[in-house]
Design a protein around this ligand. Structure first.
Ligand SMILES: Cc1cc2nc3c(=O)[nH]c(=O)nc-3n(C[C@H](O)[C@H](O)[C@H](O)COP(=O)(O)OP(=O)(O)OC[C@H]3O[C@@H](n4cnc5c(N)ncnc54)[C@H](O)[C@@H]3O)c2cc1C
Length: 404
């Protein structure tokens, strides 16, 4: 147990992605930095990012990829700066259509680069140690379940509620509330959706391109069907809205357009011409190539057409039903897969409580909040790690300026 009178310049609660980025920057500037994390290792969550590959930034970068209750016009394109930051740590990148990963394609490269740097910079690590309280006196007193630390500045980088098994906690929200700061409603985001639809048993394992609509939100990409629900990029990207509606018991349905590249009338013409071209074919054969085979089979069943019907037997009403079934494929939502399976938390500490030029609390000087704990969440594609970096960078610049 440590209860020393040692006074750190900066104590970072949470040695996750944002905390590590900040520690590197502050320690490089000569500040005496310590970090506390409840996990046995730093950057535990980084290992799970991007399916173990860590999609750490994106070349398309601006505020439109993020959600918050606050205006986010301070978010600008800094992806080149992030690439340069990791290059300096020895990490080269791969660019997949603007999605950036380490060249090794391994998230552990990012985690280890940050970890090695904080160790080289002599950042003091208190691991397997949970911060339970922060008191503001002349300096800050950081109470952990094993130690009491003292620091001139404290940064709360404890993340959100998503994926608890990787080490998330309510601590950031708890401490903000204790300091009289408002926390907005929290909902799971970038999370799969559960549904009881019977046809999912036939679609389990299918990946199909489509546009997913939910109320007035929509997103296009590869949809992943499971026996108990749906996920994949477009579902994940709109899941935050479903998460919020779940809180308010106001769930709508998902409506999938499997042929988003054709308008309704264009699809009707396409079907008509396919059917005219090969009147001797069965309808399931005639539809081949439009989208995934298993999807076609469920679509036919929804349109009340037997798959072995000869297309010469179909009429305009059947074509109308098929267009409807392909483009307005309804999936009733049971619920989201919850915080435990979410990648991020939507909502968080209200940005009105934060000076966005420094990430410092407007109420308590020297107390800062960065990363997922704040009310900012991004879509899939490296945006959440970019936010974690951006907020850490803003805090670092200010803390270094006022403490040197
Ligand atoms: C499966 C998965 C895949 C993802 N993939 C991507 C991706 O490819 N690209 C992307 O941009 N984003 C991705 N994300 C989101 C990304 O991981 C987070 O946005 C990011 O890690 C948030 O950074 P943070 O520093 O705010 O929080 P975290 O990285 O979660 O760090 C918070 C740290 O605080 C510690 N902590 C919490 N409470 C306490 C406490 N009381 N005391 C001490 N320590 C505490 C935790 O142990 C943790 O180490 C993914 C998330 C998950 C779960």
């Amino acid at each position: 147990m440590v209860n020393s009178e040692k006074l750190y310049d900066l104590c970072i609660c949470g040695a996750g992605y944002s905390g590590l980025v900040l520690a590197v920057k502050a320690a490089r500037a000569g500040l005496l930095v310590c970090m506390v994390d409840l996990n046995q290792m730093v950057g535990r969550r980084i290992l799970s990012t991007g399916n173990g590959r860590c999609n750490f930034t994106n070349s398309s970068m601006n505020q439109s990829f993020y959600y918050s209750n606050h205006n986010l016009d301070f978010i600008t394109d800094n992806h080149q700066e992030i690439i340069d930051f990791f290059k300096e740590l020895g990490v080269f990148y791969r660019d997949f259509d603007g999605y950036y990963y380490p060249i090794t394609n391994q998230a552990k490269t990012i985690k280890e680069a940050l970890e090695n740097e904080v160790k080289d910079l002599s950042v003091e690590l208190y691991l397997n140690d949970r911060v339970v309280d922060i008191n503001c006196k002349d300096s800050f007193e950081i109470i952990t379940h094993r130690n009491t630390l003292h620091s001139k500045n404290v940064v709360v980088a404890t993340g959100g509620l998503a994926a608890a098994t990787l080490g998330s906690s309510k601590f950031g929200y708890k401490i903000a509330s204790k300091m009289g700061m408002k926390v907005t409603k929290l909902a799971p985001s970038l999370v799969g959706i559960l549904s009881n639809e019977r046809f999912l048993k036939d679609l389990g394992g299918v990946r199909a391109y489509g546009k997913v609509n939910y109320k007035n939100h929509s997103c296009e990409g590869e949809i992943q069907f499971n026996k108990d629900g749906v996920s994949g990029y477009p579902v994940m990207c709109i899941s935050r809205f479903i998460g919020y509606d779940e809180l308010d018991s106001n769930l709508g349905d998902l409506v999938i357009d499997f042929i988003p590249y054709l308008l309704d009338e264009e699809l009707a013409l396409e079907l008509e011409s396919r059917f005219k071209r090969s009147p001797q074919k069965t309808v399931s054969d005639a539809l081949l190539g439009l989208c995934n085979e298993k999807v076609i089979s469920v679509v036919l069943s929804n349109a009340l057409i037997y798959s072995d019907t000869l297309v010469s037997k179909l009429d305009n009403k059947d074509i109308e039903n098929l267009v409807q079934a392909f483009k307005y494929f309804n999936i009733s939502i049971n619920k989201t897969k919850g915080f435990d399976n979410a990648q991020v938390t939507a909502g968080g500490i209200d940005l009105n409580e934060i000076d966005l030029t420094s990430m410092e609390s407007k109420k308590i000087k020297g107390l800062y909040f960065i990363g997922e704990v704040l009310d900012v969440d991004g879509i899939c594609g490296g945006y959440n790690l970019t936010w974690a970096y951006t907020s850490a960078d803003i805090a670092a610049k200010h803390i270094i300026k006022v403490n040197k």
